[in-house]
Design a protein around this ligand. Structure first.
Ligand SMILES: Cc1ncc(CO)c(N)n1
Length: 221
């Protein structure tokens, strides 16, 4: 959100409508205003646990591309992100137990499977590091922005959902997203036009998939 003149911030501005559909979705807005249907929240929790399992493999593919294609210190940021997913999976297990969600019995719904298939496509070594890191940045940023809004001033977020909102809405998570944004911007500034175009397409695809993921959580489709 914090425009610093880079390509990433420019895309958020150009594609404002799609960005807001993903980050001010009725599902997360209903967390903020306290009207959330707890059955929908539990559905999201179970689905997101299975998503994160696929996301680990995606982040590993970003790390691999980084090691092969980048000679900078990006590796430490990405490795830190990957390491924090280990903690995130434990968090999901604890949270699921509190909500009596049986993680072992979850099967991914179609929007979740579609998203995971998109993430798997990054295994292809032909997909560049620039496209992959841009994708990684926007995936994390949609959650950061969505959940930060739930704990901003004026929220009526139910107390039992605050732990969830703080996980992605915290200032630390925001800093982490900003470091991913800096990496993406640097890569995009040095990339040829066809790669920048692919990165923008991936950025838009993530916004669609994130919106679909919230829709799925709201309505069991
Ligand atoms: C669907 C989805 N998008 C982004 C994140 C952020 O890690 C997540 N956990 N789940």
């Amino acid at each position: 959100m914090d425009g610093d003149g880079g390509t990433a911030a420019a895309w958020m501005a150009t594609h404002r409508g799609m960005y807001e559909r993903a980050t001010r979705h009725p599902f997360t807005v209903s967390i903020r205003d306290g009207s959330i249907d707890l059955a929908a929240f539990k559905r999201w929790l179970g689905q997101d646990y299975t998503f994160v399992q696929g996301f680990v493999a995606f982040v590993a593919s970003v790390l691999l591309k980084c090691c092969k294609e980048s000679d900078s210190s990006d590796m430490e940021t990405i490795l830190g992100g990957l390491a924090s997913l280990s903690d995130e999976l434990s968090w999901f297990k604890k949270e699921a137990a509190k909500w009596s969600v049986d993680l072992a019995g979850i099967s991914p719904l179609s929007s979740n499977m579609e998203y995971c298939r998109f993430l798997q496509s990054f295994d292809d070594p032909e997909i560049s590091y620039t496209v992959a890191i841009t994708t990684f940045w926007i995936i994390e940023t949609v959650y950061q922005d969505s959940f930060a809004f739930c704990i901003e001033e004026g929220n009526k977020t139910p107390g039992e959902l605050l732990r969830t909102c703080q996980r992605w809405g915290s200032p630390e998570f925001k800093l982490y997203c900003q470091s991913l944004q800096q990496i993406a911007d640097r890569c995009l500034a040095n990339a040829p036009p066809d790669v920048v175009k692919s990165a923008e397409e991936a950025f838009l695809r993530v916004l669609e998939l994130e919106t679909g993921f919230w829709d799925m959580s709201s309505s069991q489709s």
